[in-house]
Design a protein around this ligand. Structure first.
Ligand code: GLC
Length: 456
């Protein structure tokens, strides 16, 4: 059901003027990131990705793709035949001890999974070009040379920051000591970039990628003349995809004027205090916890769940998941079926209808703020690019599963973009697999065309 403008105002606690101030600040910070002089100090790193061209639909081939960025690691085999794409994939869990262990453990685990996949899919003795979706901030020195600049989300593996992740992968593969398995990393890709590439394969207007999942990030195609820190060649096409890493917006305190006590508390107890401030107000890794902190506070003050058991999950960090927010907001009547189910799941049993109403209301406030803040980010990019029509490829569990995120975003962006600019938010499928393979495919296409070879 579309959200009507009247409903929009119900969720709006920050004024339109405030969101415009956020946009202004973001624009400034993005320009700092792009500038050679200011980049070092800038929070938003605006990493050039070395992806210079979008797919044109003529790509062909068989690729391996890796996807690392959340609690799961995926290995995929991607067959591209022009517009047709066939994907086979396997998901492997990354245990928390590995997420917080050493880089060697992490990459050994990845190498194990790759070998298992290759064995299970009968790919031994084939050297397939590989696209690696590595969804963390990386300074790229080439398409297949990417140094981790810092860990984000739940990862903190020792000995990886500043290292080239392709080298770490190759070394781990070598440690496996298998001669029949080899990989040739063609490209390291951020998930926002993969998402954009995947949608751009069929939509020529697609020039922005957005992730609203565990983390939040955006990328877009920028003219080289605006990229002061670009150190590559200036041949045609004179453009490059920029991985903004805008999740770090606000790390210098510029968003403090809109942060709440819950944002501050969440940040203090996170594994990276003071970092990823904008992301922490938006993404799926944090949204449930913001709601939980608000519920906990109201309950402590005697305004909610009068006789809640202090031992229940509600009073434990990290136990109120973002998927609960989506479920709660999917209740469309006043029976609060989903709210009750969630409350029971977290061990709150004595609740009134009024309690249910408050819980749902808090969820709508927190998620609407996230939708509006990410809209302000997108509107900043749309206004900067000034294309008469633009498609934004979007992926991520928050965007996919929250019942109103899309509609709230469309309305907010409409309000914030320059008059006359048309935009479309397009759900992008399998960016991390198809997108990474496409980056590898485009790289091969460009390399072959430079060498005057026909693509095989
Ligand atoms: C975090 C990462 C970024 C990624 C995003 C979404 O912000 O730093 O690289 O794109 O999460 O997964």
């Amino acid at each position: 059901m579309p959200t009507t403008p009247e409903k929009l105002s119900k969720y709006e606690k920050l004024s339109s003027l405030t969101y415009r101030r956020v946009m202004h600040l973001l624009h400034e910070e993005m320009n700092n990131g792009l500038s050679a002089n200011y980049n070092l100090k800038a929070d938003i790193k605006m990493f050039p990705t070395f992806v210079r061209a979008l797919p044109d639909g003529t790509e062909k081939g068989k690729f391996l793709a890796l996807d690392l960025g959340g609690t799961n690691f995926r290995v995929l085999m991607v067959m591209i035949n022009e517009r047709d794409v066939d994907i086979q994939s396997q998901t492997y869990l990354i245990p928390q001890r590995i997420m917080l262990g050493t880089g060697i453990q992490l990459f050994d685990h990845i190498a194990d999974c790759i070998c298992r996949f290759i064995r299970d899919h009968d790919l031994k003795n084939e050297t397939l070009p590989l696209g690696f979706t590595f969804s963390f901030p990386c300074k790229q020195e080439g398409l297949a040379k990417a140094r981790l600049s810092k860990w984000t989300k739940g990862f903190r593996c020792e000995g990886v920051v500043n290292e080239d992740i392709c080298v770490l992968l190759h070394e781990a593969m070598k440690r496996k000591n298998t001669t029949s398995v080899d990989v040739e990393v063609m490209a390291v890709v951020n998930d926002a970039v993969g998402t954009l590439m995947s949608a751009a394969h069929t939509d020529r207007n697609c020039e922005v990628g957005l992730i609203l999942g565990t983390g939040c990030n955006a990328c877009y195609m920028e003219s080289l003349e605006n990229v002061g820190l670009w150190e590559g060649d200036f041949e045609e096409p004179s453009q490059v995809l920029i991985n903004t890493e805008w999740g770090a917006f606000g790390d210098n305190g510029c968003l403090d004027f809109i942060r709440t006590e819950y944002d501050r508390e969440l940040d203090t107890y996170s594994i990276n205090p003071g970092k990823q401030i904008y992301e922490k107000m938006i993404s799926g890794m944090y949204m449930g916890e913001i709601v939980r902190l608000a519920l906990e506070r109201l309950s402590m003050e005697g305004l909610l769940f009068e006789s809640a058991d202090r031992d229940c999950e509600l009073f434990h960090k990290g136990r109120f998941f973002t998927k609960y927010v989506s479920e709660i907001e999917s209740d469309h009547d006043d029976f609060f079926r989903n709210v009750k189910q969630v409350l029971e799941e977290i061990g709150v049993t004595n609740y009134t209808s009024e309690d249910c109403k408050i819980v749902k209301y808090i969820c709508t406030l927190v998620s609407a703020r996230a939708a509006f803040l990410s809209s302000a980010g997108l509107a900043t990019i749309i206004n900067k690019l000034e294309k008469p029509e633009i498609t934004i490829a979007v992926d991520g569990s928050l965007y996919r599963f929250h019942p109103r995120f899309h509609n709230l975003m469309v309305l907010k962006i409409q309000e914030l973009v320059k008059p006359g600019l048309k935009f479309k938010l397009q759900l992008s499928h399998d960016g991390s697999g198809k997108g990474a393979a496409l980056v590898a495919a485009v790289a091969i296409r460009l390399r072959d065309s430079k060498q005057g070879r026909c693509p095989s």
